[in-house]
Structures are given as C-alpha cells and as structure tokens.
Design a protein around this ligand. Structure first.
Ligand code: AMP
Ligand code: GLY
Length: 427
C-alpha cells in the first residue's frame, strides 16, 4: 500500500513513524513534512492548503490511501476533493468536519443528540455576550465559533476578563470571520482528558486515553498553546468512566452524525472535562491530537496502516480490537522562546544525533527545517517532542527529561511538570 500523509507537525511525524513500521506499507510520502519526517518518509514540498496539487500528487504517485493530519484542509474539503477524484482518504468530509470548524454547530449537535456539554448561549453582538456572561456571574468561557488555532477561547472569572475577551473577539484584525458567532458557556471545574475514536461512518474503535497540557508554563500557568506535552494512559479515566464516555458521548456522536446525513469517518477527538466523575464535552476535533498522538502511537502495538485503511474504506466493525503496550508514554515539547506569541526561528538544534539511538525514546519533529548547510534548525513555535516509554509514568518522564538535557537550541523552553496529575496519583 502506498500512503500519503498530509501535514508537517509532530503529529504527522508520529503517524509517519508508526505507518512505516507496517509490513503493508510499500511506500510512504509526506507533504510537506519537516526535517525529522524526511528521515522516516519521502517528503514532497506541497503545502497543506494546495488542495488541487495534493489531489494531483496522489493521482500521479498512485497513492492507495491519503491520511490527512490537520483540521484546516479537512474543513476546506480536501477529503471531498480526493473522494471526487476516486482516491481513498482517511479523514472526514467538510460537512462532518464542522464538528471542529464550528463550535456553534458542535454545541447544537450535542444538544440535539443529548450529549453532555456545558450549557451555552450563541451570541452575535457584544450586548448578547455581556448578557450571557452576566447570567453566569461572569464565571464563563467565551469562544470564537470558527478555527482559531487554540487562541479563540477565553476562560473568564470576572467582568474584567469578560471585557478583555470581548475586546479580542470583536477586533477584526484578530479573528475575522472565525468570531462572527461567539459561544458563551458555563465554566466547568474538573480534570481534562482526550478521548480519540477512529470511525468509518458506522462503526468506531476507541483509542486508549491521553491527557494534554495546553498552558504554556508549569503549574498550568500562562497562555493557551496547541499543547506543551501529553501522556498516555490517563489514570483519571477508570474502566467504568470509559464505559460512560462511550455510551454518552462517542456512540451517540457517531450515530448522530450518521442520522443527520453526514456520517463521520476519520478521528473523532472528544476533549472532555471530568466533573465529579461525569464527562462533559468541551470540544470535538476531527483529527488526531497534537501532541496526544505522539505518546498514543508509541504505545500502540497494532498495525496503524491496517486500522486507518479499514476506517477509510468503511470496513471497521465492532469486533476490531487494538493492542496496547502496558507501558506508559510521555511527550515533552521543546518550544521556541516567545511561543505562543512572537518567536524567532532558524536556530540550530544540537544533540539530536546523540539521542537518536536511545531505546524506548523517539524525538518527533514539529517545527524543524534544514538550513542551507544541512543543519537541522528550528522553524516553528513547537519545535520537537521528546517522547519516551517506560513501565510507569515516572520512568517515562525520567527518560524524556534526561534526553531533553542533551538537546538545545537558542531561547528554547519546555514545561518541567508534564504528567503531574498522573504522578500525583503515584501512577
Ligand atoms: P476548547 O478549544 O473549546 O477545548 O477550549 C480550550 C481550553 O479551554 C480547554 O482545553 C479547557 O482548558 C478550556 N475550556 C474550554 N471550555 C471550558 C469550560 N466550559 N470550562 C472550563 N474550561 C474550559
Ligand atoms: N492537543 C490539542 C489538540 O490537538 O487540539
């Protein structure tokens, strides 16, 4: 099978690394990829928003399966275009991708199908937002409707917070049409977890649990990022809680998309808040999580190519069982100083060769490139994700942080407390 992966981040590096291990895969292409991915697959310099070029590339290279990593091309209809050209693709149609590309759509969907989520109002004006916030005594979360790379969510605990969220969201230079609708919802208090399911429109298989760390700095302080680290499994999810999540969220979501006439095929990612042992949906995403995918795939013992191709062709069934390592895995992101705000790039990364052969550890590249002399340099906000496996979360963490000490680039920073909730449970 010839596979083409679309994207250039740590998630796509992990997908390529795992797909390459499959005996079913004869050739692996990634567009556009990055410096690290080019060691695991053939990178083709086609950007993810060049949809016609991607279709052409898939056609010319006789690709059997396209795996789409990021949400933007999915929401713009890359799957629809590939399907129209007769190319097999793993990822939802633009219609089904509205679960992520419109938070108002996702909230209405939850309401229609009785899926638990914080109570909410949908607003068009500043006055609407102020009213909805006041009804919640300003303890609320205010969100832009559309895609905003994790920056369109404001957690508010005071009138000042609400005013500052309104200032940002109504600034046309910041969000544009992504904030043409605004959601105000109850502020929930609990522990977050990411539950990912692979669906084929009818059936689904749920992946093991993971937990992401969205805040930039230790102790969950600082601005929201795409994710500064993740680990798997997440002990907050007990087997009985997992059953509740399946019964009240995953099963009704897959069934609901089908009965609404927009069957969901691809990764259904439910970002949940566990409140008093009950799950509530914070958001749906329609693709693998980044960086959750890195520790998850490090623990997956099944063949990923077989799974994704079964889902893409509608051949998953309820008996599909995945094998997981009993080890834990932890991913720590090294980011460029200033991220998620303004940062400099182009700094050489040292120490990568030294750690390459370390057992139970893989450096997944997110924002890296080659400079003109062939050195690996930083080229994004999140630069690399050091991902380690161990018998316990503690030993996986120890290995990840020991490795990080050997890698360096100018102005880099990382969180030192990844997996702290699991460690506090002595997991
Ligand atoms: P979202 O993109 O909707 O998942 O929001 C990004 C982050 O904002 C989440 O990961 C949570 O940390 C926080 N958040 C979102 N909605 C809520 C909520 N209703 N209550 C508390 N925190 C929330
Ligand atoms: N790590 C959060 C996300 O992928 O959306």
């Amino acid at each position: 099978m010839k596979i083409l992966v679309i994207g250039s981040g740590g998630r796509e590096h992990a997908l390529a690394w795992k797909l390459r291990q499959s005996p079913l895969v004869s050739e692996l292409l990634v567009a556009p990829g990055n410096a690290g991915i080019s060691r695991d697959a053939r990178c083709i310099p086609v950007q993810v928003n060049r949809m016609d070029d991607i279709v052409e590339l898939a056609r010319q290279s006789d690709i059997d399966l396209v795996v789409v990593g990021p949400e933007a091309p999915l929401s713009l209809g890359l799957t629809d275009k590939l399907m129209a050209a007769g190319i097999n693709v793993f990822g939802p149609t633009a219609c089904a991708a509205r679960l992520e590309s419109s938070k108002a759509f996702a909230k209405d969907f939850c309401l229609r199908h009785s899926i638990p989520t914080a109570s909410f109002g949908i607003c068009l004006t500043k006055a609407d937002v102020l009213n909805e916030a006041e009804a919640r005594r300003n303890f609320c979360v205010i969100k832009a409707d559309g895609l905003a790379a994790g920056k369109g969510v404001f957690v508010c605990r005071s009138f000042d917070d609400v005013e500052s969220a309104i200032r940002s969201l109504f600034d046309p230079n910041q969000f544009g049409t992504a904030a043409s609708k605004i959601i105000v919802e109850d502020l929930l208090d609990g522990e977050e977890v990411s539950i990912l399911a692979i669906a084929d429109g009818n059936h689904y298989v749920i992946l093991d649990t993971s937990q992401d760390h969205k805040a930039a700095y230790d102790n969950d302080k600082g601005p929201n990022t795409g994710g500064m680290g993740a680990y798997s499994p997440a002990p907050v999810v007990t087997p009985s809680l997992m059953q509740t999540i399946e019964n009240t969220i995953i099963q009704p979501a897959v069934q609901g998309m089908k009965s609404d006439g927009t069957p969901f095929s691809g990764v259904l990612y439910a970002g949940l808040m566990i409140v008093n042992n009950r799950p509530e949906v914070l958001e749906f995403n329609v693709r693998f999580g980044d960086p959750e995918t890195q520790p998850l795939l490090m623990r997956l013992d099944s063949d990923l190519a077989e799974l994704l191709s079964a889902a893409a062709s509608g051949h998953l069934n309820h008996h599909y069982k995945l094998k997981w390592s009993s080890d834990s895995a932890v991913c720590v992101i090294m980011a460029s100083g200033g991220y998620p705000g303004v940062y400099e790039k182009g700094f050489p990364i040292t120490g990568l060769d030294e750690v390459e052969a370390v057992k139970d550890m893989k450096v997944f590249h997110a924002g890296t490139a080659f400079d003109e002399t062939g050195n690996v340099v930083s080229s994004g906000g999140r630069v690399i994700g050091i991902t380690a496996k161990g018998k316990s979360v503690r030993s996986a963490c120890d290995l990840a942080y020991k490795t990080i000490n050997k890698i360096n680039f100018k102005n880099c920073f990382y969180r030192t407390d990844i997996a702290h909730r699991a460690l506090a449970r002595d997991y």
